[in-house]
Design a protein around this ligand. Sequence first.
Ligand code: NI
Length: 255
Amino acid sequence: MELFDTHTHLDDARFDEDRDQVIRRMQEQGITRCMCIGADMASSRAALELAKAHEGFYAAVGVHPHDAENFTEDAAQELLALCREPKVRAVGEIGLDYHYDLSPRQTQRDVFRRQIALAREAGLPMVLHIREAHGDALEILRAETDLPAGVVHCYSGSLESAREYMRLGLLISFTGSVTFKNAHNLQAVAAVLPREKIMIETDCPYMAPTPYRGRRNEPALVAEVLRFLADLRGESEEELARTTMENGRRLFGID
Ligand code: NI
């Protein structure tokens, strides 16, 4: 059984002590493909370096809504240049985060639109981070003509919003947060989405699944997300592993 961890932050300083062991562990567990996701310019460059250094690793480059305030036109031009690197397969993570509001909302919306345009220009899909902002995000996405393909990562919205995203051609991705004891609403969503529309991820070092909640997460634990979802949906792990792998490979253009 092969798995694809479609959202990791392996450049994070919390992996500095043992990054090679973490990567060896994931390979031993059959996680054969991995997306390294940028959240600002430095981590976008770092994600590309990791992707270049490891077989089966690919990168997304972009500026997270937390950091929207620091987005410049120079950054946009550098991102566009990074997008021409063969291992860069997406623009992300981009979007809106009204939970932390670390950048002003108007700035978040402007920078989100700018980076959607960038994905379109680069001919790449988008990795979306949307938290407590699904209404505004959907409004922005619906207003686009020629919306690039993409995925709403670490999904936290309602079933109704998920259906709206899918109508726009987007996939929905689940992290360890779907395994949390109190995640009844999210579990109800994950139980019914069409298999062709879902992906799995760790978002490591964040979002460690039950029973590792609160600890540092790592790609090997994407197997726990798979196991939980397969059980929830009444599907075999093999079948769900195969479909989520196909969905990820198709979205990111990976052989
Ligand atoms: Ni992330």
